[in-house]
Design a protein around this ligand. Structure first.
Ligand SMILES: *[C@@H]1O[C@H](CO)[C@@H](O)[C@H](O)[C@H]1NC(C)=O
Ligand SMILES: *[C@@H]1O[C@H](CO)[C@@H](O)[C@H](O)[C@H]1NC(C)=O
Ligand SMILES: *[C@@H]1O[C@H](CO)[C@@H](O)[C@H](O)[C@H]1NC(C)=O
Ligand SMILES: *[C@@H]1O[C@H](CO)[C@@H](O)[C@H](O)[C@H]1NC(C)=O
Ligand SMILES: *[C@@H]1O[C@H](CO)[C@@H](O)[C@H](O)[C@H]1NC(C)=O
Length: 311
């Protein structure tokens, strides 16, 4: 009797201290805070990492289009003027300017003056963009990847035959891109791109330009091990799926979950967790423990933001 009581007490303690992790990254349990709830997004998320301002397009419940700016440090939302529907988004981290593509053309938003102007390619429909010392872009339903410098578009000849759905340029200048449901890499200085992973991933880079890969079906998140040049498992997300994801200026993750149309900010907790796989498709799940890291060095909690729902 005593033993049963003792066991159940222990069990209760375990249950009571059991926490749920919205993501488990490098064995640290992350909790999410909602930035935006129940709005339909389309296109890319982009972030000015110096000011921690996040840019995105969304539709309100009357199907009106807005391009929004959310200041994570000041916890303040504002509209980007003269931009409704936009799809591609990229920020030049050195000037803080936002490049946003509309149904036609690329617009440039200067946040210091709070002004938007038509910037380039007013006849073209631009799909994805990234700014990495220059502007890279793809055209909607067209092959190839382009750069735009001094009012000139230039195709990258080695990629001119690929239909590119998503791409990133990492810290090495290597271009990872999704084409025909597989990930290819075009390494800087190489003659041609090569197959990297025979699966669908969504792609992003962190604040230091490290390449990250998110598998929408298993919910796993990976980065590139730059020594082995292979994928390294970072962890997994809880219930979310179909991601768009960016890293902010503190390398914290902001992601959009298509299933519930919410935009979230992830912050680390002091709890540890582990990631397992189950089923023949190796869907990932997070196992939480009641243990915690009291003095975990990687966990700089002083940079965590206090975000509550804004729209
Ligand atoms: C749309 O949003 C407004 C403001 O949040 C709300 O008052 C209204 O009930 C919503 N309408 C629908 C149809 O959901
Ligand atoms: C920029 O201008 C728009 C439209 O006038 C306004 O809604 C928005 O709040 C302004 N943004 C900032 C950061 O002042
Ligand atoms: C796409 O991949 C499939 C097989 O994985 C191949 O049969 C097909 O030819 C590829 N399509 C293109 C356009 O490369
Ligand atoms: C933790 O974050 C704060 C704010 O971003 C920063 O000032 C501080 O240097 C960081 N500390 C460590 C140990 O990284
Ligand atoms: C976070 O913000 C809420 C609402 O503004 C406030 O009640 C709470 O004390 C804040 N928490 C911290 C840790 O700053």
């Amino acid at each position: 009797m005593k033993i049963i009581l003792l066991l159940s007490t222990l069990f209760n303690i375990t249950i009571a201290r059991r926490i749920s992790c919205h993501a488990c990254l490098n064995s640290i349990c992350y909790k999410r805070a909602t930035i935006l709830k129940g709005h339909k997004f389309s296109g890319q998320l982009a972030i000015d990492r110096n000011s921690n301002v996040l840019y995105f397009h969304y539709q309100n419940n009357r199907s009106r289009d807005f391009t929004g700016a959310f200041d994570l440090d000041k916890v303040k939302f504002s509209f980007v003027p003269n931009l409704g529907f936009t799809f591609g988004h990229a920020v030049d981290q050195s000037t803080k300017d936002l490049y946003a593509s509309g149904t036609k053309g690329i617009y440039k938003y200067n946040p210091k003056e709070n002004k938007t102007e038509l910037f380039a390619l007013k006849e073209k429909t631009i799909w994805h963009m990234q700014f990495d010392d220059k502007l890279y872009y793809t055209e909607f339903q067209k092959k190839g990847l382009y750069t735009y410098i001094n009012k000139n578009s230039k195709i990258i000849p080695e990629l001119s035959e690929h239909q590119i759905d998503d791409f990133i340029v990492d810290k090495k200048g290597d271009i990872y891109f999704m084409s025909n449901y597989t990930i290819h890499v075009f390494r800087k200085g190489a003659k041609s791109p090569v197959l990297f992973e025979d699966e669908i991933y969504s792609l992003t880079t962190d604040k230091d330009g490290n390449a990250y890969f998110i598998q929408p079906y298993t919910r796993g998140i990976y980065n590139v091990n730059y020594r082995s040049k292979k994928l390294n498992e970072v962890g997994a997300f809880g219930k979310a799926s179909a991601f768009k994801l960016v890293f902010d200026g503190d390398n914290h993750i902001i992601y959009y979950d298509v299933t519930n149309k919410n935009l979230f900010y992830l912050s680390p907790t002091l709890n540890i967790c582990s990631v397992g796989t189950r089923g023949k498709h190796r869907k990932m799940f997070i196992a939480t423990t009641s243990r915690s890291y009291k003095n975990h060095k990687k966990n700089n909690l002083s940079s965590i933001k206090n975000i509550t729902e804004i729209i």
